[in-house]
Design a protein around this ligand. Structure first.
Ligand code: F3S
Length: 645
């Protein structure tokens, strides 16, 4: 029986466990990436392990999230990360060099290699044929130290692409089509593998748009084959030497098959407030818009930008619309500047932003109250834009640009004939904003620069056998990591300061939560289905840890957040019977005993609601390794213990 592309990469990297569906396997990690918002903590964790130099083939620290400098905090974090990188063998991509996933694709991605990144859109690397997975910062720290990364052997979905996109329909519309069909929960536990004749019609950046937003399916990752198009992209980046061909065997067997005829895909928008709330633009009508933001790790490639520049050339942005554009990397920005496309954008009235995440992470460009904003990004959760009642529609760069001119949501197919916008034969290469690590013989003399905003990892303790404490918070379904640990310009600079950032934990849902939880000392959070969906931010686990949360009991979890809770030493439990969710109210006193044995043996845990007398059966469903991590009090303690042996 032949192998899928995913299986081939996994087989080359498995170091622990059995090559069998449903089992937990440990894989060797070739590359890691961090961004600054999660990176400071990942490097504090790496330091805490006491390993002098990273053991990966390539590790890169990017600064792209917290680039506003209205106080000392972000600047201090950047300096800290830069100095840690230099000392410990990590490449450092300076602020302004671009968004981590865009730059990684351009300058570091290698087909067939494994990559984990402390950012949920790390699967962007699947566009170049990597098995690229979003993980918690601590997982990345462990991988940098040479440890394996553990995943459940995934189900593999084949998306069979046929045909060719019609003019002005984009790769973004393809992933919106997949989201429409599979939903934000449809990819959980799965790798989405793209195959078929239609693959050949998509460039590497287009493929990367699709794998990037596969994160919104909840998928472990998404991956494209590595073919002649991949080779041409690498050649244009002067990295042809790293190319290898990679594809599934003809007789590979998949768990699920989805057929998409690219010629039938039409321009879509993901409507507020979910990436899978997808509707055809043609059905949404002439909706008046207030803002358009083009950029992000989903849609900021050279090809995207050239299409936008073509649409804007010689036109004027509608007077009621604010248009901002953030090219994804220094390379893209530089090429646009040289070929005149940047001038066309500026001339049309676009506001050019730094090559960074910017508005995607709430760093500026929040829409006006109740404002309608078209964004080429990947997430439109309520409040993420920085405006609570902002109405965010996720669209392709083509739809965004044409709508910015008309002032209403416009189907780009009305533009008529489309010129061929080709990938360049050569990209402009100048890596002077990527600092290499210090040579081994000099690393001891590199000083780590630590500002006052850099605080150590919160205190942890081994799993308690008995617990009696209140339910400090009860929340509903689809709680995102943005609800748990909001982002935004005021909060993000506190990422390396857990005591301070914890003051904002869950304040979107309940302003009094942080103070209440801190005063209680120990507590349990209760939630509904798909708890923790969204980003990989481990602060959504570290802030509750600091506030004394011991158990999170929900109907179901999003994958990365559940692992982040385990890594932080917070016990993630699910209701054996979902209806029992109604048997707990906020403030009820909950009691659990025999936790150590129950976790060790994988037995059900009974939580007694002392306030009502109800007995609630819960499940931990922890794998062998996760059990050990939980018992040790989290991954940091587990790794320290393992290193000491
Ligand atoms: Fe940055 Fe937004 Fe991507 S925050 S990494 S551009 S999802």
């Amino acid at each position: 029986m032949g192998l899928t592309l995913t299986e081939k990469i996994l087989k080359n990297h498995i170091v622990d466990g059995e090559f069998k569906k449903g089992t937990e396997i440990g894989i060797r990690i070739d590359q890691t990436l961090t961004q600054d918002a999660t990176g400071t903590m990942a490097y504090l964790e790496f330091e805490a392990m006491g390993i002098p130099r990273v053991k990966t083939e390539r590790s890169v620290a990017y600064i792209d999230h917290n680039t506003l400098q209205s106080g000392f905090e972000n600047a201090d974090d950047h300096r800290f990360i830069g100095s840690v990188a230099k000392k410990h063998g990590i490449y450092f991509s300076r602020p302004g060099n671009g968004i981590c996933h865009q730059v990684h694709l351009e300058r570091f991605g290698v087909p067939g290699k494994t990559l984990i990144g402390s950012d949920s859109h790390t699967p962007t690397g699947g566009g170049i044929g990597m098995l690229a997975i979003g993980a918690g910062g601590l997982d990345v720290a462990v991988a940098m130290g040479g440890g394996a990364y553990y995943i459940t052997y995934p189900n593999i979905v084949k998306v069979n692409l046929t045909g060719k996109l019609s003019p002005w329909t984009a790769a973004k519309d393809v992933i919106l089509e997949v989201l429409k069909r599979m939903s934000v929960k449809g990819g959980v536990g799965k790798v989405i593998e793209y195959c078929g004749e239609g693959v050949k019609t998509l460039s590497v950046p287009e493929r990367a748009t699709i794998t990037n937003m596969g994160a919104e399916l909840g998928a472990t990752t998404s991956v494209f084959p590595s073919d002649e198009i991949t080779k041409a992209f690498l050649k244009a980046q002067k990295r042809e030497d790293v190319w290898v061909p990679l594809s599934a065997d003809d007789d590979a067997v998949y768990d699920e098959v989805i057929d998409i005829d690219l010629s039938q895909v039409e321009p879509y928008a993901a409507c507020p407030h979910m990436p899978d709330n997808v509707k055809p633009i043609s059905e949404l009508g002439d909706m008046k818009i207030d803002q358009v933001c083009i950029g992000s790790c989903t849609n900021s490639s050279y090809q995207d930008m050239m299409k936008v520049a073509y649409i804007l050339k010689g036109k004027t942005v509608h007077p009621d619309v604010s248009l901002s554009i953030a090219p994804g990397s220094k390379q893209v920005l530089n090429m646009l500047a040289e070929n005149g496309a940047l001038g066309d954008m500026i001339d049309a009235g676009a506001r050019i932003l730094e090559s960074a995440c910017g508005p995607c992470i709430g760093m500026g460009q929040s829409p006006n109250s109740g404002g309608i904003s078209l964004r080429t990004f990947n997430r439109n959760f309520e409040g993420r834009s920085g405006t609570k009642d902002g109405q965010i529609y996720l669209v392709s760069p083509e739809t965004a640009a044409v709508s910015a001119i008309s002032g209403v949501l416009t189907d780009p197919r009305t533009l008529g004939e489309m010129p061929e916008i080709k990938m360049p034969d050569e990209f402009k290469i100048n890596d002077n904003m990527i600092e290499p690590p210090a040579p081994v013989e000099e690393m001891d003399s590199v000083e780590i620069l630590r500002g006052p905003n850099i605080k150590p990892y919160p205190e942890t303790a081994p799993l308690q056998d008995e617990l009696e404490c209140p339910c400090s918070l009860k929340v509903g379904d689809n709680i995102t990591t943005d609800h748990i640990m909001p982002a935004g310009a005021k909060i993000l600079p506190l990422r390396s300061n857990i005591p301070k950032i914890s003051e904002h934990c869950f304040t979107v849902c309940d302003e009094t939560f942080p103070k209440r939880a801190k005063e209680l000392g120990q507590s349990i959070i209760v939630g509904g289905a798909n708890y923790g969906q969204g980003s990989s931010r481990e602060h959504a686990a570290l802030a509750p840890l600091y506030l004394g949360v011991k158990i999170v009991l929900v109907k179901s979890f999003a994958r990365i957040h559940r692992s982040n809770l385990i890594n932080a030493g917070i016990l993630p439990l699910t209701f054996a019977n979902e209806a029992d969710y109604d048997k707990i109210s906020q403030g009820d006193i909950l009691c659990a005993s025999g936790l150590i044995e129950a976790v060790k043996n994988g037995e059900d845990i009974v939580i007694e609601n002392k306030t009502t007398g109800d007995k609630i059966k819960c499940r931990s469903d922890l794998s062998g390794r996760a059990k050990e991590i939980m018992l040790a009090g989290g991954l940091l303690d587990f790794t320290r213990e393992a290193l000491a042996k």
